[in-house]
Design a protein around this ligand. Structure first.
Ligand code: AQP
Length: 328
């Protein structure tokens, strides 16, 4: 049976990019394999955070997983720090990873910006991400395009570990959605939509009110022409709207291009906003109910037990292979 693993950071309310690039593709995968979806709270510690806010965001992100359609009877939903094997496995892999390859990670270069005061955790977190994945003997990792380089590192570490210590780890495949791999910022379609963007006009969060969604789409940056055409290079703004519209409605991009011929950008913007509102309204209702009921805490308690049970054997194999003395 195929093992699927993915995680998201509880660093804010997830946005449309997180939803379309990652979360939405989790849902069908729970039907075909054994899947583990993690809230990676340890990763969130790589930059300073308010502790109370981090705790709240962590629980909320698990709520978003369920509200988006993950079924806790089919998929394991859990918090990374509830399974201590992740941190231990990360140390073992840090002793296999090389400073050179970690220095080349673009996310470290972007977020750390070569600053002496960037945390050591920011530098090594791709190794923790590799441990997250490899401890579950994962076959498939569904993520957005920005995670591609980290997934290549994960594969390299698994291959190197196996070469050095024997065949212990499964080398996972990355699964990136073709069209929604990189949802762009509404205020700047040259850059990906991002939780940490300087302006709120960049993203639509999963908890955004309909009025605000409409306003943000109406103000979305496009170009000075008036031709609706899918061309991410030359028309990134319009192409981003078509991508979001298509992902929300299930209509192909070609169908949409035909539908909006000669209609102008205003129509496309308003219809895209309405398609987003139609998908987010029921998701938001499910989310608020889950948060109120406390059901999410039971789901996370069960998830933690299942996650620990799933990683124990691999961690023991890794330790044994590396020459650590085992207890008992
Ligand atoms: N714009 C995006 N389009 C498609 N997929 C995206 N992802 C993130 N942004 C986009 C995917 O969402 C998953 C969870 O990512 P994360 O929580 O680790 O956050 P991130 O990749 O660091 O990006 P964020 O959410 O915008 O946060 P910041 O601003 O802190 O970088 C991953 O599968 C990711 O690929």
């Amino acid at each position: 049976m195929t093992r699927v693993f993915s995680g998201m950071q509880p660093t804010g309310v997830p946005h449309l990019g997180n939803y379309l690039g990652a979360m939405k593709q989790f849902i069908p995968l729970q039907e075909t394999g054994e899947s583990f979806y993690c809230v990676v709270d340890l990763h969130a510690l790589t930059v300073p955070r308010d502790p109370e806010e981090l705790r709240r965001r962590t629980r909320e992100l698990a709520g978003f997983y369920v509200a988006a359609g993950l079924d806790p009877d089919k998929a394991t939903i859990f918090i990374q720090s509830h399974n201590p094997d992740h941190a231990e496995g990360a140390w073992l892999l840090q002793c296999v990873a090389r400073i050179g390859e970690l220095s080349r990670m673009t996310q470290f270069k972007d977020k750390g910006q070569g600053s002496e005061s960037a945390t050591a955790g920011l530098f090594t977190y791709p190794v923790l991400q590799a441990a997250d994945i490899l401890l579950y003997q994962t076959d498939v990792v569904p993520v957005g395009e920005d995670q591609k380089q980290h997934l290549e590192l994960t594969r390299d570490l698994a291959e190197r570990f196996n070469k050095q210590y024997g065949d212990v780890l499964t080398v996972p495949e990355v699964r990136i959605q073709k069209v929604t791999a990189r949802i762009m910022g509404l205020d700047n379609p040259e850059k990906k939509m991002s939780k940490s963007a300087a302006s709120e006009a960049n993203y639509v969060s999963l908890l955004e009110e309909p009025k605000s969604i409409l306003k943000k789409f109406k103000r979305a940056v496009t170009d000075s022409e008036n031709e609706i055409r899918y061309d991410p290079e030359k028309k990134p703004g319009v192409s981003n709207l078509l991508t979001i519209h298509s992902a929300m409605t299930g209509h192909s991009i070609d169908t949409l291009v035909e539908k909006y011929q000669g209609k102008g950008y205003g129509h496309l913007k308003v219809d895209t906003a309405e398609a987003v509102i139609a998908e987010l309204e029921p998701l938001q209702a499910r989310f608020h109910n889950l948060m109120k009921s406390g059901e999410i805490d039971d789901i996370l308690a069960t998830g933690a037990k299942r996650a620990r049970a799933a990683t124990a054997e691999t961690l023991t194999h890794m330790k044994k292979a590396m020459g650590l003395s085992l207890q008992g």
